[in-house]
Design a protein around this ligand. Structure first.
Ligand code: CAA
Length: 382
């Protein structure tokens, strides 16, 4: 059974993330939301603190602190700024997938640069316009040549698409149907033929740019193939198992921030001659939020703990993401209700938190996909 008390190392990472979040992210979060500028400076400081390779071996420039530490750190970051946090999460996922599936040369070439911020951040190029929940339907192709591969196609919804210095790109390498015949490639952001679209105008997480990335006869060498030819789908799924713990933790952080604001506002705000926190109408939603956030935290820690133990964690990661993201949305919504009209204006930040949390039950697999994954694992007897 997992022990939910963090170890000394996990506590240290959590504290470092909190200190960075309070010092660097929190003061910039509102401006980032208003201006939608990519947080290059904050990300460079995250790299200096080892936050871009939390679950990556030290020998490759990472912090090697494990999935539990990662989950704790991500929640701390997201309490301050979800937009910067998602860029950090995706970059961690890219560093980890290369550390796990790369050859010695690929690991040595790319992982230290990702951890050290030389690539700014990494990008995860899986989705396509007609292949979102169903990445097995992708049409981007990679054709083998004498000295490598040529990529042709378009990806969309790419987090950090404007600035990522390295992408993991999935493409079809043979005519096998569906998920078979998909391979993963490491493609530098400055590869000739690679172009990035304009950032999408999103509801929230404005500081995180989301773009299309197009590949027009992009040539990569043979050594750019990550994992086995035709084995790319499994690589993506395994990366997403870990990624979903990260997104659940991010949602938890947003929920914790909204809850803290609602709690403190309820104590300060007086109506009918007393603090509104004295009314059951306010106490009950706060009690529900507190309970749900705690349950989300435990589900996330359990999934992360299983990952750290090398145990199967597909089902647990999906459960944790499903629950944490859906409940965090409710927590943010209740926080607005507690604030009344003030919750609906920008000045009080809970409005941003609700906009920021909404996407967490969409990216890295919608809630519907998480339910599908859980149901499939159930039918397999897990
Ligand atoms: N671990 C290891 N292998 C796995 C796996 C896992 N978690 N899940 C599936 N596989 C393997 C299967 O065993 C199977 O292997 P074989 O071919 O050898 O039998 C193969 O992968 C195909 O699996 P399925 O038949 O289950 O595939 P499917 O087409 O039915 O899809 C799915 C399964 C779970 C629905 C998957 O398509 C999915 O996760 N969809 C959601 C995609 C997603 O999350 N996209 C997010 C984009 S990235 C993003 O958002 C990042 C960002 O920028 C914020």
């Amino acid at each position: 059974m997992p022990n939910f008390e963090p170890t000394e190392q996990q506590t240290l990472i959590q504290r470092a993330a909190r200190a960075y979040a309070e010092r660097v992210l929190a003061p910039r979060a509102d401006e980032l939301d208003r201006r939608g500028t990519f947080p290059c400076e904050s990300l460079s400081e995250a790299a200096d603190l080892g936050l871009l390779g939390i679950n990556v071996p030290e020998a490759l420039g990472g912090t090697q602190a494990g999935a539990v530490a990662y989950s704790l750190a991500v929640s701390e970051l997201a309490r301050a700024c979800a937009a910067t946090t998602v860029a950090i999460c995706v970059s961690n996922m890219v560093a980890e997938v290369i550390a796990s599936f790369g050859t010695e040369d690929q690991r040595a070439e790319h992982v230290p640069r990702l951890c050290g911020g030389d690539y700014v951040v990494g990008g995860f190029a899986l989705s396509e316009p007609e292949a979102g929940s169903d990445p097995g339907a992708m049409v981007t192709k990679a054709v083998r040549t004498d000295d490598g591969w040529v990529l042709q196609g378009s990806k969309c919804w790419i987090t950090s698409g404007t600035h990522a210095g390295l992408f993991v790109v999935w493409a079809r390498t043979n005519d096998s149907p569906g998920t078979r015949g998909i391979s993963a490639f490491l493609v530098p952001g400055d590869a000739p033929g690679l172009s990035r679209g304009r950032p999408e105008e999103k509801m929230g997480q404005h500081g995180s740019t989301t773009t299309t990335v197009d590949f027009d006869e992009v040539k990569v060498p043979e050594r750019a193939l990550l994992g086995t030819e035709g084995g790319g789908f499994r690589v993506a799924m395994m990366a997403l198992d870990g990624g979903r713990i990260g997104i659940g933790s991010l949602a938890l952080g947003i929920g914790l921030a909204a809850f803290a604001k609602a709690r403190s506002y309820a104590q300060q705000r007086h109506q009918f001659g007393r603090a509104i926190s004295e009314f059951q109408a306010i106490q009950w939603p706060l009690a529900d939020s507190d309970t749900e956030l705690e349950a989300a935290r435990l589900l996330l820690l359990r999934a992360a703990w299983r990952k750290d133990q090398g145990l199967p964690h597909t089902r647990e990661a999906s459960m944790a993401k499903l629950f944490a993201t859906e409940r965090a949305f409710q927590v943010c919504n209740r926080a607005i209700q507690v604030h009344g009209g003030y919750g609906y204006v920008r000045e009080f930040a809970v409005e941003r938190l609700l906009r920021d949390v909404r996407v967490t039950s969409i990216y890295e697999g919608t809630s519907e996909i998480q339910r599908l994954v859980i149901a499939r694992e159930l039918s397999r007897g897990r």
